[in-house]
Structures are given as C-alpha cells and as structure tokens.
Design a protein around this ligand. Structure first.
Ligand SMILES: *Cc1c(COP(=O)(O)O)cnc(C)c1O
Length: 407
C-alpha cells in the first residue's frame, strides 16, 4: 500500500500528540470545545528559519496571508518575514494591523473594486495590477487622493509551472496581463501618475518538484528582464511567486528545498548581473504554515454498516473542505489522519471517518487504518495550517464554527 510521508513535526508523549509542548488532551480542555485548529509557533518559526538558512540571503520572503489569515499568526509572521501579500481589503487590514510597513505589502488578485483600490492607494501598499482597466482605475484613485500609487504589473507568462497542483499562469487566465500585451501597457503606464515598482509572476501552487520550480523561476526572471526594457522606471521589485508544496497524500514526498535553493542561486546571480538594483521576492503561503497546523475533532460514535466501521466525529467538511477532498481535488485522497490520544496504540482497524453533515461528501478519511477509537477520542488531521478554516464553508448546515489557537 502507498503510504503518507512520515510526519515528525510534533512529538508524542504517553501515546498522545503534543503541540507547542502541550499534550493534545490538555490543549483540548484549554480550548474548551472541539473542533478546533491548532497552529504551532515553534514549527512555523523553524520553517521560516530553514528557508532563511538555505535560500540565497538576498532573496526576500513574503507571506501570502490567503493561506492562513488568523490575526495572531499574521502578527507573529510580521517579525519573521520581509513582507506580506494580500488579496483583499480585509487581508490588507490584517497585514497593516500586524505592523508591516505598507511598502512591504503587495495587493494582488483580479477584480479589485474601486473601493479596494482607493483604500490600497491611501494605505501606500504596492498594487499588483491584473489588467489595463485596473491600471487606469488605480491612476484615477491616485488623482482623487492626490497620492501617486505604487504599482507592479502582474504578468501572465507564456510558460506553465509543470507539476503544479494548481496552475495559475500560461495560456488564457483571469490572472495578470498576457506577456505580449505588457510592453504596450507599460507605455501607457509611463504616461499616468503611477510609481512603477516592478513585476509579479505567479505560475502556480502546491508544487513538489524542485526542478519544475527552478525552471519556472529562471524563466520568470528572464521574462521580467526582457519586459523591463519597456518599463518607464527601473525594476525595483520582482516577485516571482513561490508555489512550494507540502506532501498531503499517499505517495507524495517533501519538496527538496536544497535543490530549489541551488537553482535559485543561479537565478539570483543572473538577475544581479543584469539588474543589480532589483529586489527578488518569493511569496509563500502553504509552505510556511501548512505543516505547523492540525485540525482536531472528537469522536461521537462508532457505527457499523455492512461490515464497514464508520467513525462519526463533530468535525468535517464545513470546517476543513480541503481534507474532505472538495477543494480543487479531482480524485478524493486522504489527508494524513491519526487518533491524537492513541498515536501508536494497538489494536488498529480500517475505518471511514465522517462528519455530522447530511452529505456523503462530508468525509475526513476513507478506509484508513487507525487506532481503534472510542467516543471522546480525538481525531487529528495533519497538514492543516493552510487553506483550512479560511477555505471552508462554515455556514453550511449551521453547526458552530471551529475555534483556532496558536500555541
Ligand atoms: C495563493 C497565492 C499565493 C500562495 O500560494 P501557496 O500555495 O499558499 O504558497 C501566493 N501568491 C499569489 C498571487 C496567490 O494567489
């Protein structure tokens, strides 16, 4: 049987998982009710520290708030990373509340409203322009406010990110401006009252292939340098995305970060030779926070149907859409799941873990071997620090939303 990648980020004491040095059963008492998400400071700090050590030191690392916008977590991140990437006015507020200087906050995403543009211009963040229309609307906001907006152009390149779990560039896309249209857009930009900062390229997410990531980074820098020849001002910022993945499903293995760093080293040198004033930026969400978080729910009932054991819990799809297999997965696969208070316990049995919603989609583990559970036990879904609560339909069926703790 193909197995999940081994997870060693949290220690086990007396057969019970520990998060932030706290035994899961005690943490659950502290939180007061299940289900909840727990994110571990230590793991996130170590992860950012690892990136800092391995990546070329001149590269800036930004955190994409979309992955996990919990205010306490973003606050912690503010002291660890060089900037934040936001994709809504609400995320921009979270970023600025956390104390990140506006010049280090970039605002991407298609369909920014005039109200969002205006508040972004007033804040002084870097607008990642997704279209010519948006460029003109940003310039109008600037005129109204008497402020010159800081802008970068998001480019939709010709190439794709191979092996990405989610492709976001190459061919027809709602994101960015097609590379071939960028020179004409830059000519217009030069005639508007806009402060050109640079380019943004984001090819895709959840990539576990170092080779594919390195190639996309190299091509992104080459394209940006070509397009910079048409720019009205020097290239100060170049955000080449990220897309670093984490292993979720059986058969997936962790990204080889050392190999990514080696490729990036060459790319950094090529950029420094051609455009020494340009700050290279990586924007990462999932890679920084996914593995430091778990989702915890409680067993309500064991139920037997036609020889199959169903473990019914108080958590499910409404809190963790991705683990249920309904957030962009084509074929449903199991996230890594364990019984948090019986980590290595025998006996084990094959069960299907479901939630309380009246839909067969509400499933957290399908025919998975777990320790034999009793009502009251804790089911833990790993790799849940990114795209968990924030990407889930909490209103569906009207159960209470989960709590979140940072430990
Ligand atoms: C979603 C997104 C990210 C973060 O992607 P991860 O897979 O979480 O690293 C970064 N940049 C942009 C523009 C995004 O849309």
């Amino acid at each position: 049987m193909i197995s999940h990648a081994e997870l060693r980020q949290f220690p086990v004491l007396d057969d019970c998982l520990q998060l932030g040095g706290i035994t899961l059963t005690r943490l659950a008492e502290r939180v007061g009710r299940t289900p909840f998400y727990a994110y571990e400071r230590n793991h996130i700090q170590l992860r950012v520290g690892l990136l800092r050590r391995v990546l070329p030191s001149s590269v800036h690392v930004h955190y994409a708030i979309k992955a996990n916008p919990m205010p306490a977590l973003v606050q912690m991140m503010a002291s660890l990373v060089d900037g934040f990437d936001v994709a809504s006015a609400a995320e921009m507020k979270t970023a600025l509340d956390a104390g990140m200087p506006p010049a280090r906050v970039s605002f991407a995403g298609p369909g920014k409203s005039n109200a969002e543009l205006r508040s972004a211009v007033a804040a002084g963040v870097v607008l990642h322009l997704e279209s010519e229309d948006e460029m003109e609307r940003a310039a109008r906001s600037g005129e109204l406010l008497g402020i010159t907006p800081r802008v970068a152009v998001r480019v939709n390149p010709e190439f794709e990110l191979k092996y990405a779990g989610m492709k976001m560039a190459g061919g027809a896309r709602q994101f960015g401006v097609d590379a071939e249209r960028v020179p004409a857009m830059l000519r217009k930009l030069g005639r508007l009252a806009l402060d050109f900062q640079g380019f943004h390229l984001f090819c895709g997410a959840q990539n576990l292939s170092a080779k594919a990531i390195c190639e996309a980074q190299r091509l992104s820098v080459e394209l940006a340098l070509r397009l910079a020849q048409h720019a009205p001002a020097p290239l100060r910022l170049l955000n080449i995305g990220g897309g670093f993945g984490v292993p979720y499903f059986p058969g997936e293995r962790a990204l080889d970060l050392t190999a990514v760093a080696e490729g990036l080293h060459d790319t950094v040198q090529a950029l420094a030779a051609a455009s020494p004033e340009t700050q290279l930026i990586l924007e990462l969400g999932r890679y920084l926070v996914a593995e430091g978080g778990v989702y915890v729910c409680r067993v309500l009932e064991r139920k037997l149907s036609h020889g199959r054991v169903f473990v019914i819990t108080d958590g499910g799809l409404h809190h963790h859409l991705a683990a249920s297999g309904n957030f962009g997965q084509v074929i449903r696969k199991n996230y890594p799941v364990a019984v948090g208070n019986r980590m290595h316990a025998a006996p084990r049995e094959v069960v299907t873990v479901v939630g309380p919603l009246c839909t067969p989609l509400d499933m957290l583990a399908d025919s998975m071997e777990l320790a034999r559970v009793e009502p009251g036990d804790y089911v833990v879904v790993f790799q849940s620090g990114a795209y968990g609560l924030t990407a889930s339909p909490t209103a569906f069926l009207g159960h209470p939303p989960p709590l979140e703790v940072l430990v």
